[in-house]
Design a protein around this ligand. Structure first.
Ligand code: SAM
Length: 280
């Protein structure tokens, strides 16, 4: 983490779906409750005051204006198409995948799903410019990055190199690989949290290692807090929470082979007001 730089609260951006409504009609409608400007550069992009919440506004629920979601490390795309189903054809999903071959698999998954609001980007999520106006509407990011896969049975380790087998935690080469993965996961999570309009970031792994789970979350907490995020509690009724290695780890969720399930980990960061201090 570098030096702290104070930034002003960011405005909210909204793209009008001109297939359903004109930009002028949206401006007229929104002007009843908010100050609305047109973006200088992007056609049909509107700029609203920081903190404007339109989630339940009929313009959003009727699909006339769009909210975006990024699936940061997407292939083979199981969660991408799940997101599409949850969004029920509304909004748009940007599915980012680094590996060219896996991007093809992702494309295949997306095609089979019948979803038509998923855009595939074959590239490095770390290189996605969070200040690019085309990402100004991104409200949610799912980050399910490469991990050791130590929580899942070997026959399902489809995204690891063939030489990788199920982890043995005592093995020195495994622990050096886990530390490398952990370093990438920290970078990717910091990047996800730094998108200007993002309100919800889900970080998940299928690892049972603390280094890829609690340690990653703990390391980004100063940045997350400075940006106004808090850890929320996904599935509060679930009994197995994060390992008690920092205050707040009870918000995290773990499943474990001991539960008769594969090992999985989820952290959910939520903020109500965008803007704050960027440290990335
Ligand atoms: N979420 C997926 C699903 O449920 O089907 C599984 C994702 S898998 C755990 C992680 C993916 O992230 C791999 O396909 C890997 O190639 C990709 N990946 C790794 N580093 C990346 C990066 N820097 N940018 C984008 N994708 C990356």
């Amino acid at each position: 983490l570098g030096n702290k730089t104070a930034v002003k609260p960011k405005p909210r951006f909204l793209r009008v779906n001109t297939l359903k409504i004109t930009t002028e009609s949206v401006i007229e409608e929104l002007n009843k409750i908010h100050m609305v400007d047109k973006d200088d550069m992007i056609p049909d992009m509107l700029v609203l005051p920081p903190g404007t919440d339109l989630h339940n506004h009929p313009l959003v629920t009727d699909g006339k204006v769009f909210l975006q979601v990024i699936d940061a490390c997407a292939a083979p795309g199981n969660k991408t198409v799940h997101l599409a189903a949850l969004m029920n054809g509304k909004g748009s999903i940007i599915a980012c995948e680094l590996n060219k071959e896996r991007a093809k698999t992702l494309q295949h998954t997306v095609r089979r799903s019948g979803a038509n609001n998923i855009q595939i980007v074959n590239g490095d999520f770390l290189e996605v410019d969070r200040n690019d106006p085309s990402y100004a509407e991104v409200r949610a990011i799912l980050l399910d990055p490469s991990c050791s896969g130590s929580g899942i049975s070997t026959e399902r380790l489809d995204y690891l190199l063939p030489s990788h087998s199920r982890d043995n935690q005592d093995d020195a080469s495994t622990s050096s690989r886990v530390m490398k993965l952990s370093a990438f996961q920290k970078k990717a999570l910091s990047h996800a949290l730094s998108f200007p309009s993002v309100e919800r970031v889900v970080y998940s792994t299928c690892s049972i290692h603390q280094a890829e789970n609690e340690d990653v979350v703990n390391s980004v907490l100063p940045l997350a807090t400075s940006l106004g995020f808090e850890l929320a509690t996904p599935f509060p009724q679930w009994h197995r929470r994060g390992l008690p290695v920092f205050q707040g780890s009870e918000h995290l969720l773990r499943t474990d082979p001991e539960d008769g399930l594969e090992g999985f980990f989820i952290a959910l960061f939520v903020r109500k007001e965008v803007g704050g201090t960027s440290e990335e």
